[in-house]
Design a protein around this ligand. Structure first.
Ligand code: URA
Length: 422
């Protein structure tokens, strides 16, 4: 088998055979297929798609590239959640300890920033001392003793996805349903969770810009999960506006801790509780009340133990960027749109994300929102604060904010989009 014939098959809109798929995933994992060859194939898949059989085989080959985990020794049922990625999507941070506080075990294998979207691991690494990389034994130990663990997939778990995910991030090949579905589901199936709730984002700040594509992605993933014996459900949720009031690593950790302390922005709280209910239901846990577990501090207790168990100091001050720049409202009226994609790009350009896969991220960089759609604003009031350690990036970030909001005349009626669309 040679890689050029595999690339040509997909470039010419053909169907990849099971043998071609197994070979190319294995050869890429071993380093026998180069990054530039895999990025050509990823681009051909993005442009020409894959059918159901190809997606199922590609996912199976990614799972087979590594080991599978086994949580059968745990006394609690396992429930996991995965988001397809958004702007300000910090939900995993309060959700994992919340669901653990309600009785499930939450093995949350998470990723790094991808394109304009933030990554859970990059966010948590802004907590001094916190470690994303755990051995399988450490992961099981944290899960068993605290009820939740958020960590990187170990080197042995779906290693093909680990390489391909980093490559797609820097080659414009993220937004492909077959690649997103197989990337997420290979990790989740190999991880061995009993149940899985998928948060499929829809809107400008998501990889799926319209509800039809999001529904196709959701049903592709639900099918892959169900066929592998994982109880899988999906919610379609809005990502036209950033979630909460922050996009950026330490900024989002701070906001998540506010939610765990019983406060925080209403949309973040609403989505956290909605996803917690789905996870508990999928895990077969009845009679738990996630709203109560947020209010009575039990979710916060799990958070503190989980962070400490991974070397982090839950009481440490979080990093703050060296420089800030305030963007003000150009006119008075009702804010009717605040574009999630533009905010995500601005946060990324300020240093919250990566331009090359080996780049570090800045813990303090990002964008803080001072108003959300539906709020009345006055000309000159702060609308956004940009944070970075590298102020020469302000102009670059501001370039992405030229058409980011609409302000309608005062008194204009505004109906917010629901968070959970379906
Ligand atoms: N999350 C993943 O794990 N993979 C993708 O491709 C997109 C989001």
């Amino acid at each position: 088998m040679d890689v050029i014939s595999v690339i040509r098959t997909k470039r010419d809109k053909g169907e990849l055979s099971p043998e071609q798929i197994d070979w190319v995933i294995d050869a890429y994992t071993r380093g026998a297929v180069a990054d530039e060859q895999m990025s050509a194939l990823a681009m051909a898949i993005l442009l020409n798609g894959m059918n159901r059989d190809e997606i199922a085989r590609w996912t199976a080959a990614m799972i087979a590239s590594g080991e599978r985990m086994d949580f059968s020794s745990l006394s609690r049922p396992t429930a996991d959640k995965h988001s397809t990625g958004g702007v300000g999507d910090k939900i995993t941070l309060p959700l994992a300890p919340l669901v653990a506080a309600c009785g499930a075990a939450v093995p949350q294998l998470s990723g790094r920033g991808l394109g304009h979207t933030g990554g859970t691991l990059d966010k948590l690494e802004s907590i001094p001392g916190w470690r994303a990389l755990l051995s399988n034994e450490e992961m099981l130990h944290v899960l068993d003793t605290t009820g939740a663990v958020i960590c990187a997939a170990g080197d042995g778990l779906a290693p093909a996805d680990k390489k391909l995910y980093a490559l797609r991030d820097v080659t414009g090949t993220v937004e492909a349903i077959p690649l997103i579905a197989s990337s997420i589901m290979s990790k989740k199936i190999a991880e061995g969770t009993g149940s899985l709730v998928l948060d499929v984002k829809v809107g400008t700040g998501a990889f799926m810009k319209n509800i039809e594509d999001a529904r196709e992605l959701a049903s592709t993933m639900v099918r892959l999960g169900t066929d592998s014996g994982v109880k899988t459900v999906a919610l379609l949720t809005d990502m036209s506006t950033p979630l909460g009031l922050t996009a950026g690593n330490a900024l989002e950790v701070r906001e998540s801790v506010e939610v765990l302390a019983g406060g925080g922005p209403a949309d973040v709280v609403e989505l956290t509780i909605a996803l917690a209910r789905e996870m508990l239901d999928a895990a077969g846990i009845k009679d738990a009340d996630p709203a109560k577990a947020l209010a009575d501090g039990s979710a916060m207790d799990v958070w503190r133990r989980m962070i400490a168990a991974q070397g982090g100091d839950p009481d440490a001050n979080l990093p703050v960027a060296r420089e800030q720049h305030v963007v003000t409202a150009p006119s008075s009226g009702v804010l009717t749109r605040l574009d999630a994609y533009d905010i995500g790009i601005a946060a990324w350009r300020l240093g919250a994300g990566r331009a090359r896969k080996e780049d570090p991220v800045q813990a303090g960089a990002g964008v803080e929102l001072h108003a959300r759609p539906g709020d009345t604003v006055t000309a000159g009031q702060p609308l956004l604060t940009l944070h970075t350690d590298t102020p020469e990036k302000f102009d670059y970030a501001l370039d992405s904010l030229e058409n980011t909001w609409d302000i309608a005349p005062t008194g204009t009626a505004f109906t917010p989009s629901p968070i959970v669309l379906d």
